[in-house]
Design a protein around this ligand. Structure first.
Ligand code: AMP
Ligand code: MG
Length: 319
């Protein structure tokens, strides 16, 4: 049963994975892509619930084992659905075990460091699931589309030579280092169409409660649509690796984007297969001793007569 579920999830996400070394064009990925496994929204909702429940279970074991960590990098164009995906996919997990880090325009302090510095500072700890809402990939996306942002990074001239290919390599190496040290890295691109972005922007303008989500800069970025498609295509072609793969998730239908992201995260955890720590014979013996002591303190076992209540514990004790 569990194996079957794992296989179904694996088959479901397999077509979304960008094969390492493959040169891809984002325009070849359909943002409305269908899956045989989920044709209707209702099926999708059920699958999402299953995914959320599995995530909660795996997350508890990941935290208890305290050996591995997981980093999910979420990238998308504006209105791609990153915030909603995080809200839904993580809705069932213990908030203590999840850390979301969002990345905006870098601060002056951040610009005074190497470009990976601010991302390294917000990595998840062992036992945690970390989510990057935007990530180090902005360094080869928005920064590539807007060279003036690169100027602000104060790089020495020799560091600007062949910069994009160098950054791809550095990012791959950095992620390899993380994986080698017990941190799984998985990357999701929520793939939105030009038309769906237009619709979502319009809704943000027309619905007062959504106004805050819209900024005039969003339409300016939209004018650079083709440049972004090119930057994403190049980035996906060079940074989907066997140790940290990219998934291109169809995101025109929000529920589809969410199920795929949940499935990808669950798949990553299934592969890690975290286990509750086993207790040694010695520790088990100590547990048995503690149990005997606690049982003897029960009121109906004469605990109140036979044991003196320690002074500090007396307050509020039922007598
Ligand atoms: P939002 O996610 O809508 O709150 O917007 C965050 C903004 O920060 C976006 O416009 C990003 O393009 C921008 N941003 C994120 N990372 C970087 C970066 N490394 N350099 C420049 N701008 C960035
Ligand atoms: Mg925005």
């Amino acid at each position: 049963m569990a194996d079957q579920r794992a296989r179904r999830i694996s088959e479901f996400i397999e077509p979304l994975r960008v094969r390492p070394g493959r040169s891809v064009n984002l325009r070849d990925f359909d943002p409305r892509r269908h899956s045989k496994a989920v044709r209707k929204k209702k099926q999708g909702r059920e699958l999402l619930q299953t995914g959320i429940a599995m995530l909660a279970d795996y997350q508890a074991r990941l935290a208890a084992q305290d050996t591995y960590g997981v980093l999910l990098c979420l990238q998308a164009l504006d209105a791609g659905g990153k915030d909603g995906t995080i809200r839904h996919v993580m809705s069932g997990v213990n908030p203590q075990g999840v850390h979301v880090a969002g990345f905006k325009v870098p601060s002056v302090e951040e610009l005074d460091h190497d470009y990976l510095w601010r991302y390294a500072a917000r990595l998840p700890a062992r036992g945690d699931i970390g989510i990057f809402n935007r990530s180090h990939y902005e360094e080869v996306l928005v920064v590539r589309v807007h060279p003036e942002l690169l100027d602000r990074q104060k790089l020495p001239p020799e560091s600007r030579k062949k910069i994009w290919h160098r950054r791809y390599r550095e990012i791959n190496d950095w992620e390899h280092y993380l994986v080698d040290n017990g941190f799984r890295v998985v990357k999701v691109f929520l793939n939105l169409s030009y038309e769906e972005q237009r619709q979502r922007f319009l809704r943000r303008i027309d619905v007062p409660e959504r106004n805050w989500k819209f900024s005039a800069a969003d339409v300016m970025e939209r004018r650079r649509w083709n440049d972004y498609q090119d930057a994403f295509s190049e980035m996906l072609s060079h940074t989907s690796t066997s140790w940290a793969p990219w998934y291109v998730v169809p995101a025109d239908r929000k529920w589809m984007g969410r199920i795929c992201t949940a499935a990808i995260l669950v798949h990553t955890l299934i592969e890690l297969d975290p286990q509750f720590p086993t207790v040694s014979d010695e520790a088990r013996a100590r547990l048995a001793d503690a149990r005997t002591e606690l049982m003897a303190q029960a009121p109906d076992a004469g605990g109140h007569r036979n044991h003196r209540v320690p002074a500090g514990a007396r307050h509020g004790a039922a007598v």
